[in-house]
Design a protein around this ligand. Structure first.
Ligand SMILES: [Zn+2]
Length: 193
């Protein structure tokens, strides 16, 4: 099924009528769907970097240009940059932790409030625009969840048949942030000093 850019845009915005939406999401995907989706998203952002993969409603993995050309980083649609895509962006976000009865009560009033002895709610917020990017509810003290580490090279080479200009090892490098904290603080956007 071929879907127009206009329909994809309306789909992203939640404006597409349900019968059309259902036909698109349950129908076979045309080969160019991902590229058309990227075009729609690229036209909506104000920055020049090429979007490689959307991660969520506001976050993208993009390819840097200029001084940092070739770097693949996580970027918010407002322009805020979280650093290398292999580092869990949540560790570079602003965080609200709801780990007591009073703060949990604000969003889960009454009997719905979870036991703060058992779990905590973490709200991850973009330092650039203040938008709420992600919420995770986990056992107290549970490590911050790395939602997804996409293998960009395998995706572009094996699935899209359009390899990226170079290959970069797909490995979790979140520990580098912890190391930088231990050494006195992170470098800007987690880049080499
Ligand atoms: Zn933002």
């Amino acid at each position: 099924m071929t879907v127009s850019k206009a329909d994809l845009g309306d789909l992203f915005d939640g404006k597409l009528p349900w019968d059309r939406t259902k036909a698109i999401v349950s129908g076979p995907k045309d080969d160019g769907r991902f590229q058309v989706a990227l075009e729609v998203l690229q036209e909506r952002v104000s920055w020049p970097e090429r979007i490689l993969l959307p991660l969520s409603e506001h976050l993208y993995v993009v390819e840097k240009t200029g001084e940092w050309a070739g770097e693949r980083i996580v970027k918010c649609d407002c322009g805020y940059e979280f650093g290398d895509w292999r580092r869990n962006w949540k560790l570079s976000a602003a965080v609200i932790v709801r780990d007591d009865a009073e703060s949990l009560e604000e969003i889960y009033p009454g009997l719905r409030r979870p036991d703060p002895e058992l779990c905590e709610v973490r709200e991850f917020i973009c330092p650039g625009c203040g938008v709420l990017l992600k919420v995770e509810t986990v056992p107290v003290g549970y490590p911050i969840i790395f939602d997804v580490l996409p293998d960009l090279d395998a995706f572009y080479q094996d699935w899209l048949r359009a390899p990226l200009s170079d290959t970069q090892a797909c490995e979790d490098r979140t520990f580098e942030i912890i190391e930088e904290w231990a050494q006195g603080g992170p470098t800007p956007h987690g880049r080499p000093a």
